[in-house]
Design a protein around this ligand. Structure first.
Ligand code: A3P
Ligand code: MG
Ligand code: MG
Ligand code: MG
Length: 392
């Protein structure tokens, strides 16, 4: 009896010792699956980004339909509207709820709203009204912002300096604000940088056709209807690029997109900014001519250009600098670049260097943008260098 008891005690003690000795290994394993798995796949980040962009686009569409868009002129004479502020508030609120430790580089800041309470209240009215129809998805984003004061504070949470380390989200709540005001193209843009590399990108383009195969059309501005319009582009580094309809309801499934194979560069469709002050239409025309391209350029505002070439509606996007001092902003390119790369494209500056997102809020080490299918990028870049060289 006492022998049996000792044996049982011994077995119990040794099982206990074994279990205790396994704890560090088990803990390491859980940490591994917890930390490495999500950051390697970025599925959750993409899901939240898609929903956040979708919700922000619902707001911008509602603002577009109102006559009072509350346009202010910023210090660089560029416009900002109720739509830009409201979309930024909703996106930051969703990011803070899901990823409280991540940094945020966003285009807008709230100082004007602290003195202009009329504009602040106009934004608040839209922010309060905007919900995702899908209640679970709305909950995933943390639900509504609780007060107008909180909304103003949230808008100001995008002031990170950016840089080469850690997780940094970058937001352009309305890219192509001038296009938005004209009824042209605009995009709600969100991307995640990890140690200076773009890992996830989402573009919401309410005025592009849903149909990935629709012919690319110049879109300077017209009265927009929602009929057949609205697309969400997304990409995770190394996992391809997707498009899906941008609706007000539950997220549709994504479809893989790819750039067109260009066999004859003379037949390529190239797109550029509407605004002549944002890129050199003259240099771009000279480059197209050098490549034998006779089709007129397709002019449209915003990163809708990146999305359009990524799905093969166009082929090239040229953004040649107009000024030697202007530095491109990271939020104007991050999402578009990962989407084009993942669709089989290549994006560099005019010197052939990849865009470097690790330099802070701007692409301080780059000048201009040349985006093309991988196979023809070198040929396009040679024409760019030729034209710029001739000018110098
Ligand atoms: N001088 C300049 N050169 C290049 N880009 C400029 C510029 N001045 C403003 N921009 C940027 O051009 C963006 C629009 O690009 P596009 O011409 O392709 O539509 C603007 O984004 P916002 O509309 O978000 O302010 C703004 O950041
Ligand atoms: Mg702006
Ligand atoms: Mg922009
Ligand atoms: Mg903007």
């Amino acid at each position: 009896m006492s022998y049996k008891l000792t044996l049982r005690t011994l077995t119990l003690v040794s099982t206990l010792i074994l279990a205790l000795s396994l704890i560090p290994t088990l803990r390491r394993l859980t940490l591994l699956t917890h930390h490495i798995a999500p950051t390697m796949t970025y599925t959750r980040e993409q899901q939240i980004a898609l929903l956040a962009v979708q919700r922000a686009a619902i707001l911008t569409k509602a603002v577009y339909k109102t006559s009072a868009k509350g346009t202010l002129s910023k210090s660089d004479a560029s416009p900002v509207t109720v739509g830009d502020f409201g979309a930024q508030a909703l996106i930051i609120s969703a990011l803070k709820h899901n990823f409280p430790d991540d940094e945020i580089v966003a285009e807008e800041e709230a100082s004007d709203l602290r003195s202009n309470t009329a504009l602040r209240d106009q934004i608040w009215a839209h922010v309060q009204e905007t919900r995702l129809q899908d209640e679970d998805a709305e909950k995933e984003l943390g639900g509504p912002i609780p007060s107008v004061e909180r909304m103003v504070d949230v808008i100001d949470m995008g002031g990170s300096k950016g840089g080469a380390s850690g997780r940094i989200w970058t937001i352009d709540p309305i890219d192509g604000t001038k296009g938005f005001l004209r009824g042209g193209q605009y995009a709600v843009c969100l991307a995640l940088l990890v140690d200076g590399q773009v890992k996830v990108g989402v573009l919401g383009c309410p005025n592009l056709p849903v149909d990935d195969t629709a012919r690319l059309e110049a879109s300077i501005g017209q009265d927009q209807t929602d009929e057949g319009k609205g697309v969400l582009f997304s990409a995770i580094e190394g996992q391809g690029a997707l498009s899906r309809p941008l609706t007000d309801g539950p997220l549709a499934d994504g479809k893989k997109i790819a750039m067109r194979g260009v066999t004859d560069i003379a037949k390529a469709i190239f797109c550029e900014s509407v605004e002549a002050g944002h890129s050199s239409h003259g240099d771009q025309a000279a480059i197209a001519k050098k490549l034998g391209i006779t089709n007129a350029s397709v002019r449209m505002d915003s990163q809708a250009k990146y999305g359009s070439i990524a799905r093969g509606a166009g082929d090239l996007y040229l953004r040649l600098p107009v000024s030697q001092t202007y530095q491109e902003k990271i939020w104007d390119h991050a999402a578009g670049v990962v989407i084009v790369n993942e669709a089989g494209g290549k994006v560099t500056d005019v010197a052939g260097k990849p865009l470097d997102f690790s330099k802070g809020r701007t692409l301080a080490d780059n000048k201009g943008v040349v985006a093309a299918p991988k196979d023809v990028h070198e040929q396009v870049l040679a024409a760019v260098k030729d034209v710029l060289g001739v000018k110098a």
